[in-house]
Design a protein around this ligand. Structure first.
Ligand SMILES: N[C@@H](CCC(=O)N[C@@H](CS)C(=O)NCC(=O)O)C(=O)O
Length: 99
């Protein structure tokens, strides 16, 4: 299976569902999806240049596919999509479509 990049906040030590990035990371783990973590700066948000380039907005988490496309939605929806096995259906989609 293709590897994805999880662009997430730097608070990687928080392992509970109050953290939006962890929620999505946990879903990737549970599905056995191979991923690389890319930690993004907290402030200023304008420093998240890759995130903005990929998804047209600055919120995290964002998943980057090998084809350079990205997936960003509310973290709950992202986690549900991943849990349902639908992550790779999002590749090549407009990342703003479900924001
Ligand atoms: N409601 C959003 C919240 C996402 C969110 O707040 N993500 C944090 C990182 S865990 C973030 O990007 N914070 C920086 C900011 O608010 O600019 C979701 O569930 O996806």
């Amino acid at each position: 299976m293709a590897k994805v990049k999880l662009h997430r906040c730097p608070f990687t030590f928080i392992h509970n569902d109050l953290d939006h990035c962890w929620k999505v990371q946990k879903a990737l783990d549970e599905q056995g999806i191979d991923y690389e973590v890319v930690t993004e700066p907290v402030y200023p948000r304008g420093r998240r240049k890759d995130v903005i380039r990929l998804s047209g907005q600055h919120m995290l988490p964002v998943i980057e596919f090998e084809d350079g496309s990205a997936y960003r939605a509310e973290s709950v929806e992202m986690a549900e999509t991943i849990a349902a096995g639908g992550l790779f259906d999002q590749a090549g989609e407009d990342p703003g479509a479900s924001r």
